[in-house]
Ligand binder design. Structure first.
Ligand code: EPU
Length: 339
C-alpha cells in the first residue's frame, strides 16, 4: 500500500478535475484490500473508492481516505470446447482487456472496445455499447465485503444487471469491492452483433466481413470519430442516461418531433436518445467558458481545460433544465456526482 497526503485526483478522473484527496492510498495487490480494511486510516476513514475515474464528477475536495483500485492480472480459469472463462483483476484497463480477448479471437467483448475505465467498474454500470452489454459475456465475479472481510462469488443472476444498472448500485452499494471478474467468451461459434447501423456502415466502408477483430476495429473507429479522447479533452462518456418513457408519451412526442430516435424496450417503455434531445435544445458544440456538450456527440459533457466540478455540474444542470422545458423530459445523470 502506498499512501499520499493531499494528493491531486486529476490523474485519476477522466474529466481531469483537480480535486484534492486528504489522503490517497494505492491498493496494488488484492492482499492489500484485507490490510486496508483493518488499517486505522484505511476503510474506517474511507470517503471514496476510485477505479478508472471514468464515470464520476468530483464536485469538491475529498476529505478522509480515498482508496484507489490498482491490482492487476488475468488468467484462464477453465475451458470447454466452445467457451473460455477468463478471470481479470479489477484494476486492469478495460480496453486492454478487450483487445487481449480480441487478439485470441475469443468472442463477446468486441463491441465494447474503447470504453474507458477499469474492469472492476464494468459490472457496476453494466457497461454497454453498440447493442451489447457486459452482462452478455459475464460469468461471475469475486466480491470482498467490508463488513466481514470475506470474499464471496456472485453469479450472473445475483448481480441483477439492468440498463446501466446492477446490485452494486442498489443493495450492495458501498458494501464492498469487486476484486475480479470472470468472463465467458466464445472460442468458435461467435455471436456477432452488427445490427447497430454504424457498425454495418463501417464494415462496408472497409470492405470487411464481420469477425471478432473487424467489429472491434470498426467500433474503435466509430468511437474515435464521435467521442473525445479523455487524454486530450476531459470527459466521462455519456453524461446522461437515455430516458425510458411510457410508449404513449413517446408517441405523443414523436408527432411533433418525427425524427426522434426511439428504442422500444419490450416492457412497454421506449427509450429515447438523450443526445438528440440535447442537440435539439441547442447545446451540441456550444461552449460556455471551459465547459460544453461535445460537437460530435451532444450527450458528452466536456472539460475544455481547467474547469472545476461545480462548473461542469452547473452546465449539466443548464442542459437538464432546458431539455425539461422544451420536451418535459427529465434527464438523469449516468455519471456519479461526488461531494
Ligand atoms: N444523436 C443526435 N445528436 C447527438 C447524439 C446522438 O441526434 O448529438 C442521435 C443519433 O443520431 C442516434 C441516437 O441519438 O440516432 C443515438 O446516438 P448514439 O448512437 O451516438 O448513441 P447514444 O444513445 O447517444 C449510447 C450509449 C453510449 C454508447 C452508444 C453506442 C447511453 C447513455 N450511452 O449513446 O455509451 O457508446 O450508445 O452504443 O446509453 C457511455 O455510456 O459513456 C457511452 C458513450
Amino acid at each position: 500500500m502506498i499512501w499520499e497526503e493531499h494528493a491531486s485526483l486529476a490523474p485519476y478522473n477522466t474529466f481531469g478535475i483537480d480535486a484534492k484527496a486528504e489522503r490517497l492510498v494505492h491498493l496494488e495487490t488484492e492482499a492489500c484490500v484485507a490490510d486496508y480494511r483493518i488499517h486505522p486510516k484505511g476503510y474506517a476513514q474511507q470517503t471514496l473508492l476510485i477505479s478508472g475515474g471514468s464515470n464520476m464528477l468530483l464536485c469538491a475536495d475529498v476529505p478522509g481516505t480515498t482508496a484507489r483500485i490498482a491490482w492487476t492480472g488475468q488468467h484462464i480459469v477453465r475451458e470447454t470446447d466452445d467457451h473460455v472463462f477468463v478471470q481479470v483483476a479489477a484494476g486492469e484497463n478495460w480496453h486492454d482487456t478487450v483487445r487481449y480477448t480480441v487478439e485470441q479471437d475469443w468472442g463477446g467483448l468486441q463491441n465494447l472496445s474503447l470504453i474507458p475505465g477499469l474492469v472492476g467498474a464494468a459490472p457496476v454500470q453494466n457497461i454497454g455499447a453498440y447493442g451489447v452489454e457486459l452482462a452478455d459475456s459475464f460469468d461471475s465475479l469475486r466480491f470482498f465485503s467490508w463488513e466481514t472481510g470475506e470474499i464471496q462469488t456472485l453469479s450472473h443472476a445475483e448481480c441483477a444487471f439492468g440498463y446501466r444498472d446492477s446490485i452494486f448500485k442498489g443493495p450492495l452499494k458501498d458494501k464492498g469491492v469487486i476484486l475480479s471478474v470472470i468472463f465467458r467468451l466464445t472460442k468458435h461459434s461467435h455471436v456477432l452483433k452488427t445490427s447497430y447501423g454504424a457498425i454495418q456502415d463501417e464494415l462496408a466502408a472497409r470492405g470487411q466481413e464481420a469477425s471478432v477483430r473487424s467489429i472491434s476495429d470498426a467500433v474503435i473507429a466509430i468511437r474515435q470519430s464521435k467521442l473525445p479522447d479523455p487524454k486530450v479533452l476531459g470527459n466521462s462518456g455519456s453524461f446522461f442516461k437515455n430516458p425510458a418513457l411510457p410508449a404513449e408519451v413517446v408517441a405523443a412526442l414523436a408527432k411533433s418531433n418525427p425524427t426522434l430516435p426511439q428504442y422500444p424496450q419490450g416492457d412497454g417503455s421506449v427509450k429515447v436518445a438523450a443526445g438528440w434531445l440535447i442537440e435539439q435544445a441547442g447545446w451540441k458544440g456550444k461552449r460556455i467558458g471551459q465547459v460544453g456538450m461535445h460537437a460530435h456527440q451532444a450527450l458528452v459533457l466536456v472539460n475544455y481545460g481547467g474547469a472545476t466540478g461545480p462548473e461542469l455540474w452547473a452546465h449539466a444542470q443548464r442542459v437538464q433544465d432546458s431539455v425539461k422545458e422544451q420536451f418535459g423530459i427529465h434527464l438523469e445523470p449516468e455519471v456519479n456526482l461526488i461531494g
